[in-house]
Design a protein around this ligand. Sequence first.
Ligand code: NAD
Length: 265
Amino acid sequence: MDLGLTGRVAFVAAASKGLGKAAARALASEGMKVVVSARGEETLRATASELASATRAAGSEIEPVPCDLLDAPAIEAAIARTVARFGRLDVLVANGGGPRPGTFSALSEDDWRHAIDGTLLSTVRLIRAALPHLRASGQGRVLVITSTSTKEPIAGLLLSNVLRPGLVGLCKTLAKELGPDGITVNNVAPGSFDTDRMVTLHARIAQAQGISEEEARARTDAAIPLGRMGRPEELAATLAFLASARASYVSGQTIVVDGGRTGAY
Ligand code: NAD
């Protein structure tokens, strides 16, 4: 299926590794010009050159643009650099490092502020900066990477359980407000994907429950109907479809990609 993305431009936040990197690779494989963004310049450059070699045959171009999502002016500058480099912006993938794990009694006022800034406000700021360019695109797409905590609370991830549903409210509202501009707004809710974030979470679970990290991973796998964690490219394929011309009538949705685990409708 031709996704109709060739020559279009994407900005992928938090893209030096994990789900963001996989999203950037999937979009670049469709011949897009992709800005990959994250904090650490060195890893980001390595990611950009890896993705460029892997996707050059598809006609991609990759540009690394460092940006700390906790820094509001840096977000504006990163989007401005994207448009300066490629002349337009069609697809925004709003992603981030994820809020700190913890239960209510373990979280401080600072943890709450940091998570609101990093998870909620960074997404608002990315969308605000991208909006004039997405309007000009004629086929603008906002894609937010959330979590299955949008559907049911996850034990030990209180900040995610509070803030991700807020992102769903943001996306649903923007789908209505921006529909007249031809912009679709969706969020993709990953279950458990094999990234560094899951390594960290499994280490915490192992410590809390007095089990090995291997056992923690095995328990995660066993709770998933498909019997395993997702591969980042399996989330990225859904994002590429939603970014595409083929998904022109899908907006305001939460798309769960979790191997069948989440119980809620
Ligand atoms: P990861 O740890 O593998 O990658 C995180 C990325 O975010 C890295 O590129 C890192 O450099 C970047 N980053 C972190 N803080 C940043 C900041 N302040 N500014 C700019 N970039 C920053 O994580 P992942 O598994 O790819 O997760 C991505 C998002 O998806 C997170 O929000 C996570 O909570 C969410 N999520 C992941 C899973 C999963 O199973 N992996 C499940 C549900 C939700």
